[in-house]
Design a protein. Structure first.
Length: 245
């Protein structure tokens, strides 16, 4: 799919900023940071997520102390930048076209985040997803979206980003503490089956992105599929409603 003039301009501006950053670093005698993180599609999202989380140096204790989603966004951004990545925001591009972009240029690769996204949670998720794409590119799998495997690479990046954002141990503790992402059953109780069905159907029809689905359902990506299975099982304790005449 061809890029809109607005997106092409945004990419050009971000690429130019990268060139300026490299030039200024050279003039000031600074060594360029090296992005070292790698990922392979043959690995599990859990394994890669744990590795990236460790590289970002964001502890569970620190994350639980964040006051709000905007503080979380700023901390995730700083952590990614500390890995040698330039993180920019761009505007005037529809969210339908691009929530985030990656320029896998080494050194100093670039991640761009669409500033039209009003949710800091969604910005953080997009940032971490694009970080996974950079790690794939750094490992020589930058063309992973070719040859019919685009959906696989997108799913891998989204699942891995979820693992980074909310590690398994934090999710395990969440039922006891009542915090972070809801489990599938709790989501059904909270928003109801019709709403869940609409979100999943819109996702399957490519009307919304996986990021949208996670945000609407307040679930980590790998739990969305578990929610789908629970939805198919039907209500456990009540008879199915009769169709309206």
């Amino acid at each position: 799919m061809s890029k809109s003039p607005e997106l092409r301009l945004a990419i050009h501006v971000m690429s130019h900023r990268r060139d300026v950053a490299i030039e200024l670093s050279d003039e000031l005698g600074y060594s360029l940071p090296e992005f070292r993180e790698i990922a392979h599609l043959r690995e599990s999202p859990l394994t890669v997520g744990q590795r990236l989380r460790q590289a970002l140096r964001v502890s569970e204790q620190e994350q639980r102390q964040w006051r709000n989603e905007w503080q979380a966004w700023r901390r995730w951004r700083a952590a990614v930048e500390d890995l040698g990545v330039l993180v920019f925001q761009f505007s005037d591009v529809s969210l339908q076209e691009a929530r985030g972009v990656t320029l896998p240029l080494f050194p100093m690769p670039v991640i761009g985040i669409n500033s039209q996204e009003p949710s800091a949670v969604a910005r953080s998720f997009t940032l971490l997803r694009e970080l996974v794409y950079l790690a794939l590119a750094r490992a020589g799998e930058g063309n992973a979206t070719l040859n019919g495997s685009r959906a696989d690479s997108e799913r891998f990046a989204e699942e891995t980003a979820s693992m980074v954002m909310i590690p398994q141990q934090m999710l395990t503790k969440s039922p006891r503490h009542g915090s972070f992402a809801s489990l599938p059953g709790k989501t059904l109780d909270l928003v109801g089956r019709p709403f869940v069905q609409l979100v999943l159907e819109a996702l399957d029809a490519n009307c919304i992105t996986a990021v949208d689905a996670c945000r609407y359902l307040d679930l980590r990506w790998d739990y969305v599929e578990k929610l789908r299975l629970e939805l198919r099982a039907g209500p456990a304790d009540s008879p199915r409603s009769q169709p309206r005449r």
